[in-house]
Design a protein. Sequence first.
Length: 680
Amino acid sequence: MTNKNHENEKNEQLEQHKVDDHGKDMTTNQGTKVSEDEFSLKAGARGPTLMEDFHFREKMTHFDHERIPERAVHARGYAAHGEFEVYESMKELTSAHFLQDPSVKTPVFVRFSTVAGSKGSSETVRDVRGFSTKFYTQEGNFDLVGNNIPVFFIQDAIKFPDLVHALKPEPHNGMPQAASAHDTFWDFIANNQESAHMAMWAMSDRSIPRSFRMMEGFGVHTFRFVNEEGKARFIKFHWKPKLGVHSLVWDEAQKISGKDADFHRGDLYMAIENGDYPEWELGVQVIEEEDEFKFDFDVLDPTKVWPEEEVPVKIIGKMTLNRNVDNVFAETEQVAFHPGHVVPGIDFSNDPLLQGRLFSYTDTQLTRLGGPNFHELPINKPVCPFHNNQRDGMHRQTINRGQVAYHKNSLAQNTPTPAAPEAGGYKHYEEKVEGRKVRSRSESFKDHFSQATMFWNSMSEPEKGHITQAFSFELGKVGDESVRQQVVDMLANINLSLAQEVANNIGVKSPEEGGSNVTKSSPALSQMQSNYKPDTRKIAVLVGEDFDGGELEQILESLKSDGIQSAIIGETFGEQKGKDGKSFEVQHTFLTADSVLFDGIFVVGGESVSKKFRSDANAFMHEAFSHFKPIGASQKGTEWLKEEGLAGHAGVITGEDSTQFAKEFSKAIAAHRHWDRQIL
Ligand code: HDE
């Protein structure tokens, strides 16, 4: 496998820390060569092990301390390197250096994550996904620590520990892992109704993404851009994936969890290895400060979106991920993000959720990374120099020279010197603030349901169906009937028929009153509006004995030219030979592959196949069909589809003319799912 080092300052910096052990003599950590690494030192061949065996002691001690605490949330994550470029100067909006010059490529490191599960949990669970980006800019690190959902469960950071306690496995029995489908989570939701909007998103297709490469990212909070003249505007950050926003279906997601718990990391890793570098465009929504109170939501409320139809997303640049990490622990695990890592030109708003996050992120690293010097870890180090009077602490690596470590001083000519804003010193935006100290929530934060209804109104019929099913699944796992009833009653404030359908599914009293008079919708919220491309979609090609190899070759070539990847599935590994002598290497057998691991299937079959082959192929066809995936068939496969009653349905492609067939199949693959299919 290649791990091409794209030239940039961060990659060069990391290079200095890399060690290659291949072909080297083995030594202790002190550099003493080791002569034996299989047997501990003993008094006699059967005797006790001796304390003086320094090599054994050192090796075992190191191993005993190899694990560090996992992240309190977002423990399961995967990351990659890349770069960001702005399309044109953003001078009007911000003075941030990395947003001025389109020829500047800023190195980035991006970590995607699930929220609830432990470090070893499955990746296709229903959950919010983290989307954290560290920009290594010339003015210091800027971290955009976002999610794939644009709103959040709570409005004030003081409630975060409660939310997470309710979400994580229940403390008395440690269950369930990586799932919100349990009593405490839904008890929290019903009793903290500011979460209504986010609960709708969490039950939508957004929380079971097909791939990290096919998710949007959102900064969630309102930030500020400040330009050189000191003019500030409210902004929200968006990442828009070039491949569009696409999801799994729930049954598929659950099955993938068993078949391949690493499904999302595998997908990202292989895309980068194959040179299919994933790309996202960065967008910003901008609200002028003077328009702060012109909307029917408070711009500081993190449970609200700014509908894109009212506040358009201005696309300002592009990020490409182009290099996998060399070492998951050193990079992905040790990276420390913080929404408070900002650069001049980017500032905060008074969103009370953001304000609390500004405290939490450094604090958590002190436990997780063992002290205050985690900024010195290679992955966390800025690419620009950093100088101050901070000293010492656990694991300090920098050797600061000189006598002086305080400000102000005369012995070092009063250096290091704070820089004036004109010379690049960070200047906090001088917002006028006044008020009484109060422990309360602003009245303007009190509408919890209008945008939840707007979200529902914006969904297509299949998306609405998925949300209804998701609520019914999750609440169906809730043991306490009163909690189930409370959630259904809460849903009645969002949409009465949703609440009634869920009530029927889970056996609680169906609300008769309620409903919402909000008719507003925001079409941009539906994933149906997304990009549909065949690029990097993966299909399973089921190939038996005695088939027309020439035709298969031609079809696969045509699909490949559209960016579609295919894997040959056979009964056993080895070569699968066609009647015409053309042979294809089997990449997976029915034992090692499964229809849920592919975006579509292509049934070729063969004149003479075993009963087992036919029944395995049937299982693939029926499962792909029930997951609304594209299915293509040629040769013997066409007959099989007919026999199984699958031919003629939406997204099921057959045809005599192989050129025409390949074109139509490619189109069906680009459509991803065929929702109008009648499920048998
Ligand atoms: Fe986080 N969050 N969070 N969060 N968060 C953490 O920091 C926290 C919130 C997000 O890949 C922790 O280093 C509080 C919103 C991501 O390393 C911790 C509050 C959003 C990641 C923490 C929030 C996020 C974290 C755990 C409420 C979307 C993974 C480990 C005020 C905008 C970063 C760590 C990575 C991680 C606290 C809410 C995104 C404990 C107190 C809203 C993507 O510090």
